[in-house]
Design a protein around this ligand. Structure first.
Ligand code: NCD
Length: 309
């Protein structure tokens, strides 16, 4: 079993296959146990600090839920306005402060590389909840957990990633993890939002079959899973460019009917318009189950970095 004790969770490429399997195993044990008990008190007397410098609904709340379901407590630092960050305090000083109070940190920050900066500044584990356009490894783990649950395997799947592959940190982390499981990947995006070349070429070097296309239907016909993403409006310097690409890919009930086969649909959420609500009752629509899985994965990660699993 891969041990994550004392480690930071910063990047999708930091894990071995054994470690991923261990996280999935612990998460699925917690999922079963929670159904019976509601709380698994491994973190009694411990505190999680959530430092979120960007908007978040699912990531922050599922981290906080996870810690409380483990019997631990949570302290939260809201957006900059509510803290000394608004007085000009650096991220490093803020994290050093928080490390005096809490036992583990979950952080989201607009700057790529910020989670690593935080981790280097403190002795307690740091869990990256999204660093700019960089990485979002806890999301990637819950995505992989969801794919495995929905498809009953992670091997030999073809997965289409759709939307803003340039700025989307969830896909940047997810491809790293999927690359350990022999998947075939389709990258579907407008030309200006293609997956960064260094990621695509690194995947190909690892022997992963990657095809790029602008045609969602073509990719969907050949895929088992579609992973939709939001066009990341807040990352565009030029809003005119956002206007040109927003709404590039939309899945609705008519699209799925026309596809003529069952497909599994994931989305890290929030969605803007890329999945029509008329898809929500489609059997393969897994995005609500996916967000629930975030609690089990984050419970597993907290317990593991704290040496309790
Ligand atoms: C994503 C994020 O913040 O990167 N959401 C999430 O964490 N569930 C995706 C997004 O904002 O589009």
């Amino acid at each position: 079993m891969g041990s994550l004790k004392g480690k930071d969770i910063l990047h999708g490429n930091q894990f071995s296959k054994k470690e991923i399997e261990a996280v999935i195993k612990v998460a699925s044990e917690f999922e079963k146990e929670l159904k019976k008990k509601g709380v698994i008190p491994l973190m009694k007397g411990k505190l999680l600090a959530t430092l979120f410098f960007e908007p978040s609904t699912r990531t922050r709340l599922s981290f906080e839920t996870a810690m409380q379901r483990l019997g631990g407590g949570v302290i939260a630092l809201g957006p900059a306005e509510g803290s000394s960050v608004s007085k000009g305090e650096t991220l490093v000083d803020t994290c050093r402060t928080v490390a005096q109070y809490a036992d583990v940190i979950a952080i989201r920050h607009p700057k790529t590389g910020s989670a690593k900066e935080a981790a280097d500044a403190v002795d307690i584990p740091v869990l990256n909840g999204g660093d700019g356009t960089g990485q979002h490894p806890t999301q990637a783990l819950l995505d992989v957990y969801t794919i495995r649950k929905e498809m009953r395997t992670l091997k030999n799947l073809t997965i289409a990633m759709v939307g803003d592959l340039k700025n989307g940190r969830t896909v940047h982390a997810l491809v790293e993890i999927l690359s350990l499981f022999n998947c075939n990947l389709y990258f579907v995006s407008p030309g200006v939002l293609r997956m960064p070349e260094e990621i695509t070429s690194h995947l190909r070097q690892k022997g992963i079959r990657v095809e790029e296309t602008e045609d969602l239907r073509e990719a969907a016909l050949k895929s088992d899973v579609i992973y939709m993403t939001r066009i990341q409006k807040e990352r565009f310097g030029d809003l005119g460019e956002y206007e040109r690409v927003k709404g590039s890919y939309i899945i609705d009930a008519a699209f799925l009917k026309n596809l003529g086969k069952k497909i599994t649909i994931l989305h890290p959420l929030p969605r803007v318009n890329e999945i029509n609500p008329d898809v929500d009752n489609y059997p393969g629509a897994a995005y609500f189950r996916q967000m629930r899985n975030g609690v089990f994965i984050r419970m597993a990660l907290i317990a593991m970095v704290m040496g309790k699993r």
